[in-house]
Design a protein around this ligand. Sequence first.
Ligand code: ADP
Ligand code: MG
Length: 219
Amino acid sequence: MIELINLSKVYGKSNTEVKALNEVNLEINEGEMIAIMGPSGSGKSTLLNILGGLDSPTSGEYLLKNRNVQNMKQKELSKVRNRTFGFVVQSFALIDHYSVFNNVMIPLDYTKLKKADKKEKIRLCLDKVGILDKSKNYPYELSGGQCQRVAIARALVNTPDVILADEPTGNLDKNNGEQIIEIFKELNKAKTTIIIITHDDEVASKCNRVIRLEDGRII
Ligand SMILES: Nc1ncnc2c1ncn2[C@@H]1O[C@H](COP(=O)(O)OP(=O)(O)O)[C@@H](O)[C@H]1O
Ligand SMILES: [Mg+2]
C-alpha cells in the first residue's frame, strides 16, 4: 500500500544541513502493525510526517496505493490525507475548550455528511475506545489515558486506512499505555494498518514488524 524509494529529507541549507532521512527504502502492506524505533533525532517523526503527507521529501519517491504522492496537487493531497490517515500524537493535541464530542467532530467539519450521520459516527468511535460516557466532558476534566482515547476516536472518525501514532503512550503510565495498545490491536484486527513510533520494547513486541532508524537510515 505504501512504498518509499530512496527517499531523503534534508532540513536547512549547506553548512547547517541536517539529513533527517537518508535514502530510505520501505514497503508497508495493508493490515500491518508496525513499530518504528530508534534514538531521539534518528528521523522517526520526520518519516511519520512524510508518510501522512504532512511533510514532503527532498528527494526520492513516495507511492501511496501505486500513486506518486509528489505529483498530487495540494487540494488532492489534503483529500487523500484526510481519507487515508488518522494521526495520534504524544501530547493528544485536543482543543481544551471543545467538549469531547466536538473534538471528535473536527475531522468531519470538512465532509458533506448529514448532521445525524456525523453524530452517529462520533458516538460509534467514542464507544469503540470506551469513552462514550464522557462525550459532554472537556479534555481538562479527563485523565491522560482518557484524553488519548478521545484523540484516537478523533483519528478514527473518518475511517482511515492507516493510523499514524507518534509515541502515543509516551505520556501515559504503564496500565493506560497497555490499554491504548490494546485498542490499536483491536483496530488492526479489523484491518486498519497501524504505524506506531515507540521507545517501549513491550509496545514493539505487540507489533508484527519493527523498523529501526539510526541517523536517518533504516538498519
Ligand atoms: N523542522 C525541522 N527543521 C530543522 N531540523 C529538523 C526539523 N525537524 C526535525 N529536524 C531534525 O531532523 C532530525 C530528525 O528529527 P526527528 O524526525 O524529529 O527525529 P525523532 O522523531 O527520531 O526524534 C533531527 O536532527 C532534528 O533536529
Ligand atoms: Mg520524534
